[in-house]
Structures are given as C-alpha cells and as structure tokens.
Design a protein around this ligand. Sequence first.
Ligand code: CP
Length: 306
Amino acid sequence: MKNLIDILDLTVEEIDQMITVANDIIDHPENYREACKYKTLATLFFEPSTRTRLSFEAAMLELGGRVIGFSEASSSSAAKGESVADTIAVVSGYADIIAMRHPKEGAPIVALSKATVPIINAGDGGHNHPTQTLTDLITIKREKGHFDNLTVGLCGDLKFGRTVHSLIAAMSRYAGIKFVLISPEELKVPSYVKNAYIKAKGIPYEQTTALENVIDKLDVLYMTRVQRERFFNEEDYLRLKDCYVLTPEKMAMAKKDLIVLHPLPRVNEISVAVDSDPRACYFRQARYGKFIRMALIMKLLEEANK
Ligand code: CP
C-alpha cells in the first residue's frame, strides 16, 4: 500500500504523472465526477488549517466521494488522551484513505504502524508538508513550464517552515537548480535538510539575510511566514516576525518573469499591494492545491485496490 509521508515517497515520474492528471481535471472536471464514488476520506486535523483541510475535502467531494473527520484535536478523543496509533486503528475502519495533520514531527510514521488504509501527511510539526509541495510543484510547472535550471529563493522562516524543507527535497531532484536561502541567522534551514538535499548533491546555494541583495537573480521566490506556533518564546517571535516584507518596491528590482509563491497563510510578509502584480501566484497556487490533491487521492486509492 502506498502512502505519502515524505515528498520523496513519490518519484519524479509519479509527480509528473499526477501533474498531468491534475491539469486534465482542471480542463475536464466532468470526467472525474464519479472517480471516487462510495469512497470515504477522513481528514484528521490535530492542528489548525484552512487550505489543506478544505482543499482535501473539496477534492474528495468533487471526485464523488464522502468526507468525515475533525478539524481540531479538542473535538476528538485525543482530548481524552487517546493516542495517534489508536485513533488511526479505529478510523481505518471508517474510511478508505486518511489525511492527517499533527503538531508532532513524525506522527504520520506512528500512524503507519496501525493504518490499514493509505495515510497522507498533511503536515507534521516543523518537519514536512508533502501535499503543499505537490501544490508548489504544479504551480511552478504551470507558471514556468519546467523545473530544470531555476534559481529558487526561499525567504523567511526556513527553520520551522515545513513547506520549505519538503520543497528543497523535491527541487533538489531536478537538473541545474540553484538555491538562495534568505533568512535571519536564527531561522536558517536546519543542517539535516541542507546536508541531505543541497550539500550531498553538490547543488549550488547561497545564504543571505538580505532579500533586496538577491531578488534580481531569482526565477522563483518562495515567501514564508514566521511560524509563531513553533517558537519557544513570544519575545523572539515579536523580534523576528516582520524581518521580511515583500513590497512593490522590491518587486521592481526582480525579473519580469519571476514567480512569487507562498504556502499561505500570509501575515505581513507580502504587502497586499503585491497581490495585483501578475507575478504574484500565491492565490492561484492555493487553487491548484485542490486539483493536485484530487490526483493524489485517486492515485493512492488505485494503488490500495491493486
Ligand atoms: N499551506 C497550508 O498548509 O495552509 P493551511 O495551514 O491553511 O492548511
């Protein structure tokens, strides 16, 4: 049975196929209206979400399937002390596929130990967020047309930003990639990510604290929010929260064909004045997330039925 715990659980070829399917869904949604008829998705969200949970639920409903689940740990029996493993053992009997978000890194691995249906990691703490990466990849493919030979800038909270870790792992598999890592000293990419996906593969990269010094060389700018919920003290968060704000003035220094991505939610790190710039892709990106999740649900259910 295939699961999606880490973006590297999918090959480059599988991701390409899923993007092709998602693009076909965008063009011909009527062909997929009964693709998951009588199948049930459970969305188990132990941590807040707008996009990931609702796009998963919209995805399953648009495939003709059904959805059950909870949107906060406090409304589940986790509040009474039930373990993740027991929750998954039980919900495996109610659903054909499970999308789970949890604040603890590694919780989806625990889930696998008791699951009898496919598990999708919808974000685990500050670790990984593979379905956001699928969303990022379909956006890059649709907006730029290719993955190779791109200079990708990642800006903001690169330490706790799980979307950043998964995106670096995914992009490190394409030829001619360069990374520009833009963060305060305290929020640099963890060494385990840098060592495994950048240094080990000899991928060129630079690290800087100044977005304005590097924005002119980027093909993709991936902005991120400072992850307040992962800080140990509020004082550090308040000091760092507005370290980067993308403004029209900074956009004026960038390439004409730059694309700006953000996993959202946005706090202050992109001025709303940038939203009308055609290079601002983040709301289109959130929309594509539903279609790539439709492709993912279909793929994992197909593999489970083999
Ligand atoms: N990008 C993302 O994971 O958004 P949500 O937290 O709203 O799901």
